[in-house]
Design a protein around this ligand. Sequence first.
Ligand code: SAH
Length: 234
Amino acid sequence: MNITFVVAMMAEAQPFIDNFGVKEVPDFFDPLPSKLYHARLGRATDLYVVLNGQQHGSDLIGCESASVATQAAIQKLHPDLVINSGTCGAFKSNGADIARVYLGNAVMFHDRRVPGDDEWGTQALGNYDVWSGTEALAKKLDLPMGKVTTGSSLDMQPCDLQIIKENKGELKDMEGAAVAFVCSLYHVPVLLVKSVTDLCDSSAETYDEFKRNLARASEELCKVNVRIIEELLQ
Ligand code: SAH
């Protein structure tokens, strides 16, 4: 089995990299800045962690970087399962809390507005399939599930919120739907694992809250990912 994680930020991946002792495979995606880490688990499982890489001195976040990294990973690694692991904003009105880790039971874009209930509007929202084993895994590990909604911004404009609410979005991130989109094109199953760094309906400044909680949320993300791997290896 080949399990490939696609992660935007090193801070999100570091606890996981340390835990599994995955080793960097230098220049694997050259000339892309994406980075590859690999470990062999047991006899038959390859665990890969793909990071989007850096540009302008910071980790590449967002849909374009996630799409490029996911496409390169699928073409070069042929994963059986892609896991997009990362952080997100969530809503305390839905019962969310900082550092709680969710599995995505659905995924869409919330900032691609093509008005009208037609094919283009449907395409813009995306609503891609997630791995069919997601619900059973969530039950087995007693994890909450939620709908991931992806956009290109950390902040949230009123029109974003409106689309999120209309579509019952719960976990706001910047990569999930892009990863799922590429996976849908290649018919590769995708699992979304999202840890909450900030509450979109709190009065705190999102970026401050994100920075304050990033380390803790990433630790909890790692713990859940370890349990997921254990379960998948059963
Ligand atoms: N790299 C910057 C900030 C990145 S914030 C820094 O640390 O200075 C955005 C990242 O966290 C994205 O990868 C996104 O997927 C996730 N994220 C966390 N909370 C989010 C929110 N409320 N809205 C959108 N993305 C969020």
